[in-house]
Each structure stands twice: as C-alpha cells, then as structure tokens.
Design a protein around this ligand. Structure first.
Ligand SMILES: Nc1ncnc2c1ncn2[C@@H]1O[C@H](COP(=O)(O)OP(=O)(O)O)[C@@H](O)[C@H]1O
Ligand SMILES: [Mg+2]
Length: 311
C-alpha cells in the first residue's frame, strides 16, 4: 500500500439524471485530516456513502484503505469507521448498550473493557446506564463517535460531525478528532463550517455543483484568492503619504495611519515590498500580513454567499 488512505479518479455519481459528483479526483494521505467543504446539497454525504461502500459509484476508480471499493467492498468495510450525518445511536438503548451492540456485532475483542474505557474517555461514564433518548445532541454525537471507535479503525469518516452542536460540544469534538489524528488515524471529514475545516484539516477540498473547485492546505486556498494584503502602519501622516505614493494600488486608512497593499503574502513579494520601503528610507511601525478566512475563500471560489452555507 502506498501512503494514500483514499484515492479517487474520475469518480462520478448521479441520481437518475441529476449528476451529484461529476469527476472527482482526490488523494488523502494516511495520517492526515482531509476536509470536504461544501454547502447543503453539495454532495458531501453522497461522497462519504460512495467511499464507504454504502453507494455504488457510476464511474471512476476508488481505492480506500488499500482496497478497490468496487471489487473489495468487504475489505474496505473492515478497515474503516463511519460516523454518519445523522447519529446511528439507538435511542431505546442506554449508552453502554449501544456500545456493547457494536462489540456484539464483532467489532472488538475485550468488549466490556473497551466499552468502559470509551465511556470514560468520552465523558459518558455517568450517563452510561441512562437511555440514549435522554442524551443531549453533544452526548449523542460523542456516543456515536465512540461507537465508531469500537473496532479501532485506522480510517474514519465523519459526516458533518459538529452540525447542530453547541460551541462547547463542538470544541470537545474537535479535540477528540485531534487526539485520534495524534494516534495516527486518518480522518475524512465533511463540513459546511469553514472555521472547522481551517481548524482541523491538513487539506481542504471545496465541493460545488459536483466538482472540486479548489484543493489545498488552508493557507494555499487563502493565497489563491484576491484579498490577501500587507498592512503597514506608520508613525506620521507624512510617512503614510510617502508610502502611498510608492505603492500604487494600495488603500490608505488615514485615521489609523495605515496602508493596505495587495499581495500574495509569499516571501518574494514581502521581500520586494520591504526593499522598496528601504529604498525610500521609510520604516513602518507595524507590519502584518492579512490572509482572508475560509469564508472569503468559499465566496471567491464559488460565487455563493455564505448564507447558502448557513443551515
Ligand atoms: N438517494 C437519493 N436520490 C436522489 N437524490 C439524492 C439522493 N441522495 C442525495 N440526493 C441529492 O443529491 C444532492 C447531494 O446530496 P447530499 O450528498 O446529501 O449533499 P450534502 O451532504 O452535501 O448536503 C442533493 O441535491 C440531494 O437532493
Ligand atoms: Mg450531508
């Protein structure tokens, strides 16, 4: 097996004549977090379902955990864990019983011990013997993830793991995801939250109308779009005037004595900028590179407003 946990080439999926995934190529390196970012209806769950063998693709080559999903679906299933967009928790059972059910389905050895350890780790020990119907959304999500971890999978799919969670539960989920990655697990995550992808992912792919409109590290995505700029703050209005003259295309903020100079934030352009200041014997009191957040990235790449992302 190579170092890829997931590779797809030309992945296509349509429902009747509605094309949902239209030729997706991606490569998820083992031991990393990959975030598939897109608004509601973009095709994220469809993608997860195809990768986890719940749905058959119409075309393309897909390898997951070293196996071809079309011909070795059982081997793929044995190697992965999936936490769906809608929690798979059985509400009629207690938390402990839900976990025990996973053990009984053959997903773990030393079941009793594993269950107790997971309840502890996910802060669910106290509520372990209460019916899951009494759990909060955050507790349900945690239980769902704990159920996924029963078989100790090395590749985990998390479909919108924090949608609908309160900020605190969201942070808990994030730290659990980070813990898993620190343990060498590969995570394929979908999200409509830009900050979540930014926080967690090594690489992000932006899904829009069936295609990946961008792929890269969070920083690479930010650099692709207009809006990155260098901000210089000067000590006096005279210096600001002088600087504004040598950087045509810059925007000035007279009140803050600051100048915004468009640029890609790369080292070459920063060096050129500093050299120009030097040539004119100008020094700034403050210097910062502003990169837009992922909100801006999505807007620039897809033309959608973020309102489409809000649920
Ligand atoms: N089983 C299905 N039959 C027909 N259309 C579907 C089915 N599943 C999903 N779709 C459609 O495919 C599109 C993508 O859905 P989905 O993958 O659930 O998006 P997301 O998870 O990004 O919100 C949507 O337009 C949805 O209505
Ligand atoms: Mg979905």
């Amino acid at each position: 097996m190579t170092n890829s946990a997931i590779t797809t080439s030309g992945l296509r999926k349509a429902f009747q004549d509605k094309v949902v995934l239209d030729g997706i190529d991606l490569d998820v390196r083992a031991g990393t977090v990959f975030a598939l970012l897109g608004p509601n209806g973009a095709g994220k769950t469809t993608m997860v379902n195809v990768l986890t063998t719940l749905l058959k693709a119409d075309g393309g080559t897909i390898r997951v955990a070293g196996h071809d999903v079309a011909t070795e679906a059982n081997a793929v299933r044995a190697a992965i864990g999936v936490t769906g967009q809608f929690a798979a928790v059985d509400e009629l059972l207690t938390g402990r019983e839900n976990l025990q059910l996973m053990v009984d389905l053959g997903r773990a050895k030393n079941g009793r011990e594993t269950v107790a350890r997971l309840l502890e780790r996910f802060d669910l020990a106290e509520a372990a013997d209460k019916s899951a119907s009494t759990y909060s959304g955050g507790m349900r999500r945690k239980l769902d993830l704990a159920m996924t971890l029963i078989g100790n999978p090395r590749l985990i799919f998390l479909d919108e793991p924090t949608t609908g969670l309160d900020p605190r539960s969201r942070r808990t989920m994030w730290s659990m995801i980070r813990e898993l990655v620190a343990g060498g697990v590969t995570i394929f995550l979908t999200t409509q939250y830009l900050d979540e992808a930014d926080q967690l992912a090594d690489r992000i792919a932006v899904l829009d109308h069936g295609r990946l409109v961008a792929q890269g590290t969070p920083d690479e995505l930010k650099r692709q779009i207009p809006g990155t700029h260098i901000r210089l703050r000067f000590g006096t209005a005279a210096e600001l005037d002088a600087a504004a003259r040598i950087f045509p295309g810059s925007t000035r903020d007279d009140e803050a004595l600051a100048l915004r100079i468009p640029g890609d934030g790369g080292t070459a352009s920063l060096r050129a900028l500093l050299d120009r200041l030097d040539e004119h014997a100008l020094g700034a009191e403050e210097f910062s590179v502003h990169t837009p957040d992922l909100d801006d990235v999505f807007l620039a790449l897809t033309g959608h407003t973020t309102e489409v992302l809000a649920k």
